[in-house]
Design a protein around this ligand. Structure first.
Ligand code: ARG
Length: 473
């Protein structure tokens, strides 16, 4: 056991307590950001004449060596260390001697871990954003190919009015745009540097917190040292945003599962994203979509785990906060896997356009348009609604759709019907005439797609700027 705090203790810690207390098995994932933060700290300490230039150079070279050795497998991160911070410090001292003992000057593991988690989360926020942009891009491409692909729009999972596939996909474009924008919001709000907060009350060393913030690409240092070491709001915000994103992915997955069912047959999922049954040879199951839907529960769990952990913690740092990491790591891995697989699954999915169109033609999706036709002929809407309702009942008994009736049959219900009714209730007219902004009519859809392409171009540009900031230091 190589702990950083031996001096005050006379007895040995119980082995089970050591294991229970340690975080090395999971926080080793923070090695990169821990070293990045330590290099910035050492650079600043030297500029402030708290350590010498020579000591700083040794420290930085030592830290790079440790990182290199871990990456190459030469140095193992073992459970004899309490956490990643202890591992780095102990190995630095082993490697460069006394200079290594100066790295922790003016710093506590409390502000150190606060920085590490922030750097890790900031990177994850960026990766989520990139994944979302990719998904939006794929959806926009699919939309452009399906402006005339008719399908039924549903309410209550009952056929309601005809729409196009482009329009249906467009609903998800809007959801994923909001998800991507949420990442930007979180990024802006969280991008403040907690290092220099010390254990909780700052330090008496003349640290230059602005310099460290600058080196690490933060907007500025945080403004209250107690908040700096206790704040995990940004992780909670990120997990909330991931939960919302995952909820969107899950709804979409649910639709794909329905569309893929034998009853619907709207889509064919590529073999690369389907699985079979060990007993039923005919089966091709939408397991990836089901798992994306299923893993949503796990991400919600990660969010609720941290919310609950944080709710009773008095200021400032308490060991409970070590529990922030596993849920965060799990949510990052799970959600990025879901995003990547989902995007590729829909990109390679085939649509049975004929079946979709036939489905839109059945189920009286044009009933509203038939009523609107009568309104156009001077019938008040409420009366028109009643007339078409009676026609629908008649059609159900006959087993036909409205457009399959003859003009004389229609005239039995109302004399305002003329030959032009058939054109008025065709799919093409029903969709094509819906030209209010946000509706499925081709002319307005095309404009919205253009708008979203511009959004994406601007957005990606913005994120590239952020990426440059992230690469500093
Ligand atoms: N492993 C700890 C964590 O993840 C690091 C901070 C330890 N600080 C302390 N005062 N024991 O939270």
């Amino acid at each position: 056991m190589a702990q950083l705090w031996g001096g005050r203790f006379e007895g040995e810690i119980n082995q089970l307590a050591w294991d229970f207390n340690a975080s090395i098995t999971f926080d080793k994932r923070l090695l990169d950001v821990d070293i990045k933060g330590s290099k910035a700290h050492a650079t600043m300490l030297a500029h402030q004449n708290i350590i010498s230039e020579e000591e700083k150079d040794k420290i930085i070279a030592g830290l790079d060596t440790i990182l290199g050795q871990v990456k190459s497998g030469k140095l193992a991160i073992t459970t004899s260390y309490e956490d990643v911070h202890s591992f780095v410090e102990a190995n630095l001292i082993k490697l460069i001697g006394d200079a290594g003992k100066k790295l922790h000057t003016g710093r506590s593991r409390n502000d150190q871990v606060a920085l590490d988690v922030r750097l890790f989360t900031r990177e994850a926020v960026k990766n989520t954003q990139e994944g979302l942009c990719h998904l939006i891009n794929v959806l926009i491409t699919m939309q452009k190919e399906n402006l005339d692909t008719y399908m039924p729009g549903f309410t209550h999972l009952q056929k309601a009015q005809p729409i196009t596939l482009a329009h249906h996909l467009g609903a998800y474009v809007e959801m994923f745009k909001r998800d991507a924008l949420r990442m930007s919001d979180i990024y802006k709000r969280m991008n403040y540097c907690p290092l220099g907060a010390g254990a909780l009350a700052g330090t008496t060393y003349p640290l230059n917190r602005d310099e460290v913030a600058d080196i690490l690409g933060f907007t500025a240092p945080t403004l209250n040292s107690m908040d700096s070491v206790s704040d995990r709001d940004y992780v909670i915000e990120y997990l909330s945003a991931l939960s919302i994103m995952q909820m969107h992915l899950s709804r979409f997955s649910e639709e794909i599962i329905i569309w893929n069912s034998n009853e619907y047959q709207f889509v064919i999922i590529d073999d690369a994203y389907s699985t079979g049954s060990s007993i039923m040879p005919q089966k091709k199951n939408p397991d990836i979509a089901e798992l994306v839907r299923g893993k949503t529960g796990r991400i919600y769990g990660d969010l609720f785990g941290l919310l609950t952990t944080m709710k009773g913690i008095p200021l400032a740092y308490n060991k409970d906060m070590q529990e922030d990491k596993e849920g965060l790591f799990d949510a990052v891995d799970t959600s990025l896997n879901c995003l990547t697989l989902f995007t590729d699954m829909i990109r390679t999915m085939k649509f049975n356009k004929d079946i979709m169109k036939k489905s839109a033609m059945k189920g009286f999706t044009n009933a509203t348009d038939a009523a609107d036709y009568l309104v156009g002929k001077g019938v008040p809407f409420r009366d028109a609604h009643g007339i078409i309702g009676r026609i629908v009942l008649y059609c159900i008994e006959k087993g036909v759709s409205i457009d399959e009736l003859t003009l004389s049959e229609l005239k039995e219900f109302d004399l305002h019907f003329e030959e032009d009714i058939f054109d008025a209730v065709s799919l093409e007219t029903c969709v094509g005439k819906r030209l209010t902004k946000g509706a499925p009519g081709k002319a307005v859809m095309t404009k919205v797609i253009e708008e979203n392409e511009q959004f994406l171009a601007k957005y990606v540009e913005l994120e590239n700027l952020d990426k440059n900031i992230l690469n500093l230091g």
